[in-house]
Design a protein around this ligand. Sequence first.
Ligand code: FAD
Length: 380
Amino acid sequence: MVDQAELELFRDNVRRFLEEEAQPHYEQWEKDGIVPKSFYRKMGENGLLCVDQPEEYGGIGAPFEFSVVVLEEAARMGFMALASNLSVHSDIAAPYILHLGSEEQKQFYLPRMASGECIGAIGMTEPGAGSDLQGIRSRADADGQGGYVVNGGKTFITNGQNAGVVVAAIKTDPAAGAKGTTLFLLDTDQDGFSRGRNLEKIGQHAADTSELFFKDMKVGADKVLGRLGGGFGHLIDELPRERLVLAAMAVAHARGALERTVAYVQERKAFGQSIASFQNTRFTLARLKSDIEVHQAYVNECSGKYQRGEMDVPTAAMIKYATTELEGRVVDQCLQLFGGYGYMSEYPISRDFVDARIQRIYGGTSEIMLEVIARSVLGR
Ligand SMILES: Cc1cc2nc3c(=O)[nH]c(=O)nc-3n(C[C@H](O)[C@H](O)[C@H](O)COP(=O)(O)OP(=O)(O)OC[C@H]3O[C@@H](n4cnc5c(N)ncnc54)[C@H](O)[C@@H]3O)c2cc1C
């Protein structure tokens, strides 16, 4: 059971840290299309990366909820790009290594990830393989000396420019279907690895998103993560956490957008009265607030399930689907209450609007979530 008082104290610390260290620079990071590596080190120094990793691997061994708080506070403050970067690093890439890695792999990567020295990325998507990961074409061929030669590439990879290590899904046996995919730890400083450009997006600009290329990249067998041919099984095991953290971000982001809107409607006047006094405004805010709290309760319940090892794939799909759709509704209706000003870049709600959009796409689209849920409902 998490100590709520401790959790809230930690939340205050995270918020203060972000106010001091991220807020003054965030506009610039958005313009640059990337968060500087030095910021990750600062987060590491303050114990804010890979928070629930055991102390022996450089974390602080806190419960999962503490790691989520870091993402929630970034999302609530409207720093969704940063929240995405951090979720991939601390809550997706590092847990893959913690859960699947050999002792050597864990010792090599995890302390450097907790300190912010090595930034992690997840490389699943390819131009021909998004929702349908069976379409992965990147391949690793045995080199006859116990290692592999990797060729191919990935696209849309968050942290792609900053990453020091990529957990990548690669075909080791293209004829074996789902059983022919293996996870590899690809070091980005190795020969044969190159990065494409930092892709231009409509939102979350500070989250560097890139193509990655592998050309005759020589990789030792010690870079196989988990079981040879076990890639898809590992993906399925790790999905609940990935989808749960995206859900927590979604609700926190919706909460932040609502807070920004509440402040605005009390200041702005029309027809001689504040926008907040119109019944439409009051009821809209009331509906959104109720929705946020109901979804928060489900996030909290699912966090408990995850901690107890009870979170299954359909539940993870339900929470990701429900919360990211909620986030979309909230930012849309909040923007409406800003009128024309909501469409202006200088108003943070406009950033909330575009930043939220991708949440219904990455980590599995809403349609794929519905497919997963429907399968569990119908049994087929
Ligand atoms: C900003 C950003 C960051 C990302 N970060 C990462 C990352 O770090 N690592 C990574 O590996 N990937 C990442 N992705 C990729 C992301 O996960 C994929 O874009 C997503 O899974 C969808 O794949 P796709 O783009 O190929 O769309 P497609 O699979 O081509 O889907 C197109 C449309 O068809 C629908 N569709 C597909 N199949 C079905 C079906 N069976 N039933 C009904 N509808 C269906 C989809 O829901 C969607 O509406 C990122 C993407 C973006 C844009």
